[in-house]
Ligand binder design. Structure first.
Ligand SMILES: NC(=O)C1=CN([C@@H]2O[C@H](COP(=O)(O)OP(=O)(O)OC[C@H]3O[C@@H](n4cnc5c(N)ncnc54)[C@H](OP(=O)(O)O)[C@@H]3O)[C@@H](O)[C@H]2O)C=CC1
Ligand SMILES: O=C(O)[C@@H]1CCC=N1
Length: 264
């Protein structure tokens, strides 16, 4: 089974490296193309992946094609590969705003899978939201689950919710990095060395995330377990509530979602 990647930028590279770290496929089963050839030739030298001459050769040789270019480059790429897309090929999109219908119109055939991954895929800690066109059979879905499971978790949702998932899990790493940076800045202001502050802040955030994910407890319950009556945490919570933190985060999710509508 050959997996092709059109584009090896931030997200494509995270998925490629996530897949390479697993033993799901051999490096030689990954066929890559990017106009900046050095990006994919570097992977070829380091891991033994295959560099395609162009997107047409990549599509011809791949059973699964993951299109990992910016949303405004999708149309150009889909038109370019159209002649090599057969009914059996699985075409996976990873971009906000690119609907299954739109891809079908441009390709005319193929099994279309619409996904939204996130960059923690690079270390196997990603999560990918997935939705399928009706041409995708159960065995194809199983294959798609296996591919994205090499990079972390997956959730299968209705297509109308994919761009909502994008805001919540694909944009949010950036929001969370800002939060980590701010936590660390607070610590530095109070005298912590910068490297220690990043260690403390990042581990607290990833640990808290894992508590929600793994225990299934309500985040409010977990928050209450930290918050001693008359203690230190509630003082911090008072300030965050006064500053409108929850509302700011909700507005950020809505803004990211709305932007997806006009991206293509
Ligand atoms: N970054 C993220 O966290 C996430 C991104 N996404 C989506 O993933 C997609 C890729 O994003 P991202 O990796 O961040 O973007 P990047 O710009 O980092 O990567 C896109 C890559 O595609 C290359 N490229 C451009 N044109 C072509 C072409 N015709 N054929 C093959 N490759 C081409 C680009 O080269 P060049 O630089 O020379 O243009 C670049 O290396 C986007 O649609 C984005 O919305 C989805 C979820 C999360
Ligand atoms: O900012 C973006 O447009 C991309 C899509 C989701 C995360 N990054």
């Amino acid at each position: 089974m050959k997996i092709g990647f059109i584009g090896a930028g931030n997200m494509g590279m995270a998925l490629i490296k996530g897949i390479l770290k697993s033993d799901f496929v051999e490096a030689e089963d990954l066929i890559l193309y990017d106009p900046v050839r050095e990006k994919v030739e570097g992977l070829e030298r380091e891991f033994g992946t295959v560099t395609a001459k162009d997107n047409l050769e990549l599509t011809e040789k791949s059973d699964v094609v993951i299109v990992a270019v910016k949303p405004n480059v999708y149309d150009e790429v889909l038109k370019e590969i159209r002649e090599k897309v057969t009914e059996e090929k699985i075409i996976i999109t990873i971009a906000p705003g690119i609907t299954i219908d739109h891809v079908k119109k441009l390709l005319g055939r193929g099994k279309i899978v619409r996904t939204i991954p996130n960059t923690p895929a690079l270390i196997g800690e990603g999560i990918t939201a997935v939705t399928y066109s009706e041409e995708v059979k159960e065995e194809d879905k199983e294959l798609v689950r296996k591919i994205f499971s090499t990079c972390g978790e997956i959730v299968e949702i209705e297509e109308k919710l994919i761009d909502v998932a994008m805001a919540v899990s694909s944009c949010s790493p950036a929001f969370v990095y800002m939060f980590i940076e701010a936590l660390a800045d607070g610590g530095v202001l109070l005298g912590l060395p910068r490297d220690v502050a990043y260690k403390l802040a990042s581990k607290a955030v990833s640990g808290a995330g894992s508590m929600v994910f793994k225990t299934g407890f309500h985040p409010g319950q977990l928050k209450d377990m930290v918050t001693s009556p008359g203690g230190t945490t509630i003082e911090g919570i008072r300030v965050l509530e006064k500053s409108g933190m929850r509302s700011a985060v909700i507005e950020a999710v809505i803004a990211a979602y709305q932007k997806a509508k006009g991206l293509k």
